[in-house]
Design a protein around this ligand. Structure first.
Ligand code: GLA
Length: 726
């Protein structure tokens, strides 16, 4: 049994794969966090919540004079404003008479065999679930805390449902998804920061007194900061130490906070960003927060990443697609940008015949009036002047070559210069009378409105219904400004950011469900919306517009902190690279792109016979390794952030095979060799490394290591295949 409750000690133990999460009901009825980490015994841990005298602390509400200043120093599972707990609250309400206090106490609990889905929002599937019902001591405002654990992933998924059981409306001023605490303050905090073309760089800072806050106010999860933090015990590394990662399955404005409090402890909270947020909770209504996934590792950051990868592959990414062989695409964007016609596209397809590339993705520019990025968005009608014979001509040609056909959309956007904007300027987000902000010369559709969503669903589904389309690339190239909907009442305007993303999920749901045979890929000006919310609908996301192999080692390294390799679209593109002007070899570009859902994005009509042969060999090798990319465990060995190398192993679950990718940034006059200690192998199994002609025990390969002789060439790389010898 994964979830147990000890009646005597009033303690809940949630045992997942290789982890325990525990908390108890205190004598006063609060939920006190006890443990989140490696598996522990079901012991009485009440001593954990020491009772002490703390200056400037009040009693619990209703406490006696003699108990003044004697406060239980516990870590709340949900924390609220108004009592003597001055640490970050995870909820704040305001009642109709202005009262902002609440005092959420244990009422009852239930254990469900499987987690109910969240209404209109993505979340992980299944898993035994504990629901603890809390109620305000002095009103019928309540909160249901959901906890789910899994026997195949070291994570606990948490969320809250706030319930207004009172007879007057309540405003939720803050409605986070979770709170928990850790003893002491000896932690570092990792975030994934970035911007366009350099997404998800790990940044580690020491926590401090006060609050470390990681957030987005963009109505999207953003390239700036991913909805992720990791708490690392001081000295934790890639392979050692206790690490707790938190990732929100959410694609709108969020916040994650780590507070070093005056009590000498650490409090972690987060969820929907409460900046520019107020939710009106009518009588009898409830509000569901997004899900927070808390991954636990006692094997450093690597263990945390593998916990997230297992959780997302087994319980989040669409079941039908997650372990399925991925399309190997040729995307025309970097080959043509907006300048293409039917003949050019046909030539791109013809040029890959026999290489194993199996899908053409026709990118931006096929619809409306769209010869640059200044017009046409929202008019999802093929531009037959540009594409002679319509989509049909190029689709039929692609299919006749035995390939699949994919199409780019940016459904959430609207250009000022478009037929739809001319007919319905109010479809765009913004306050009439205030000029809107352009970004990439476009506006955004007001997805809080059902009629706008219906327009988008109908026009995208129409294209998909009328054409034989196998693949959709769903782009999103700017962030919200001018947050205002003409349809929302004034008091609901601060619901905008959350309502926007509920609209996004509604579009995903309705378009994906109506097209079960279409493969969907997410995208956002590169990888600016790379999150669990998107992955719940789309099995892979374009990782970055930066396709340079050197840059990609960093971007993919950072992304793998949380997200599985199979979720990262990675393409071999042309050189000199369009973003960095750097020249790397085709072999190196493929080695790096193969550490994800691979593809190509260059003008294949310029291929020489030799190029074609090389691509063919690369695709063959990828096919051989794809099972590892889809299902294997990732071990990051050398970091491109602190070494001249990027080395990564991917090992099969049964440890019978692995791939090892080694990348050397710059050549050097003397060294030319690098010792690599493999990771993740079975110490007792014997392995053969192809190409190096080494046969040795796992223990030898992981401790003594191997020596890689790299060439005197910048940006050198090699992929080695490691197989068990029986
Ligand atoms: C974004 C995407 C690119 C491409 C362009 C098209 O930048 O990340 O891959 O689709 O839009 O406009």
């Amino acid at each position: 049994m994964a979830i147990t409750f000890n009646e005597q000690t009033k303690t809940f133990y949630l045992d997942g794969k290789d982890m325990t999460y525990a908390f108890r009901i205190t004598e006063s009825g609060y939920l006190a966090h006890l443990w989140c980490g490696c598996p522990i015994g079901h012991d009485d841990l009440s001593y954990h919540n020491a009772r002490g005298r703390i200056s400037f602390c009040a009693t619990a509400p209703g406490g006696t004079v003699t108990s003044a200043n004697a406060y239980y120093v516990f870590h709340p599972e949900i924390s609220f404003f108004g009592t003597s707990d001055y640490r970050e609250p995870s909820v704040q309400i305001q009642t109709a008479d202005g009262d902002r206090l609440c005092d959420l106490l244990y009422n009852s609990h239930e254990i469900l065999p499987a987690k109910p889905a969240i209404n209109g929002m993505p979340s992980m599937r299944g898993g035994e679930t504990l629901v603890v019902h809390l109620k305000d001591a002095y009103s019928d405002f309540g909160a249901d805390l959901y906890y789910t654990v899994y026997d195949d992933a070291s994570v606990v998924a948490r969320r809250v449902v706030f319930v207004n059981g009172t007879d007057r409306p309540i405003k939720l001023l803050r409605a986070y998804s979770f709170a928990f605490g850790l003893p002491g303050q000896e932690y570092d905090v990792m975030s994934l920061q970035g911007s366009w073309a350099c997404e998800r760089s790990p940044e580690i800072i020491p926590m401090h007194h006060g609050v470390v806050s990681i957030d987005s106010k963009r109505c999207t999860s953003s390239a700036t900061l991913n909805p992720f933090i990791a708490l690392m015990t001081k000295g934790a590394t890639e392979t050692t130490g206790r690490v707790i990662g938190v990732n929100l399955i959410y694609s709108s404005s969020f916040v994650l906070k780590v507070e070093g409090s005056c009590l000498g402890d650490t409090v972690v909270t987060g969820g929907i960003n409460d900046f520019d947020f107020t939710w009106n909770l009518g009588v009898g209504e409830s509000f569901e927060t997004p899900e927070a996934v808390i991954a636990v590792s006692h094997e450093g950051l690597g263990g945390m990443s593998r916990a997230f990868h297992d959780a997302y592959r087994n319980h989040l990414i669409p079941k039908k697609r997650v372990f399925e062989s991925r399309p190997i695409v040729i995307n025309n964007w970097e080959a043509t940008y907006f300048k293409f016609d039917t003949e050019k596209l046909k030539a791109i397809v013809d040029a890959v015949e026999g290489t194993g590339i199996d899908t053409l993705v026709l990118d931006d520019g096929w619809f409306g009036k769209r010869d640059n990025d200044k017009s046409g968005l929202g008019d999802w009608v093929v531009n037959e002047q540009k594409l002679e014979g319509g989509l049909k001509a190029i689709i039929d040609h692609t299919h006749s070559k035995g390939m699949k056909f994919g199409l780019w959309f940016e459904p959430e956007m609207i250009s000022e210069d478009s037929d739809i904007f001319r007919a319905h300027p109010d479809y765009a987000i913004g306050k009439p009378g205030r000029p809107r902000c352009y970004s990439r010369t476009q506006y955004m559709m007001d997805l809080t409105r059902k009629d706008v969503r219906d327009y988008i669903v109908n026009s995208v589904n129409k294209v998909l219904a009328e054409n034989d389309i196998d693949y959709v690339k769903w782009d999103y190239n700017r962030n919200v400004t001018d947050a205002f909907s003409v349809e929302l009442e004034p008091e609901k305007q601060m619901e905008f950011a959350h309502r926007y993303v509920l609209g996004v999920y509604d579009l995903f749901e309705r378009i994906v469900n109506a097209n079960p045979n279409v493969f969907f890929e997410g995208c956002s000006g590169g990888g600016a919306r790379f999150d669990g919310g998107v992955l719940a609908y789309f099995p892979q996301i374009w990782t970055s517009d930066d396709t340079d192999a050197e840059e990609r080692t960093k971007i993919q390294y950072g992304t793998s902190m949380v997200y599985p390799l199979s979720a990262m679209s990675a393409h071999v593109s042309a050189v000199p690279n369009h973003q960095t002007n750097r020249i790397t070899s085709m072999a190196t570009r493929a080695d790096i792109a193969h550490l994800g859902a691979t593809g190509y994005e260059l003008d294949t009509t310029e291929f020489t016979d030799e190029d074609r042969e090389m691509v063919k060999a690369q695709v063959e090798e990828y096919k051989m390794l794809e099972e590892l990319i889809l299902k294997g465990d990732v071990y990051r060995i050398d970091s491109p952030f602190n070494s001249g190398f990027f080395t990564q192993a991917v090992v099969s679950k049964d440890k019978s095979s692995a791939m090892l990718t080694v990348y050397r940034r710059l050549s050097d006059p003397n060294a030319e060799r690098h010792r690599v200690c493999l990771a993740g192998l079975d110490k007792d199994k014997t392995y053969h490394i192809e190409g190096l002609d080494i046969t040795a025990k796992g223990s030898t390969l992981m401790n003594v290591g191997i020596v890689i002789q790299y060439g005197k060439r910048d940006f050198w790389s090699e992929t080695y295949i490691v197989t068990e010898v029986k």
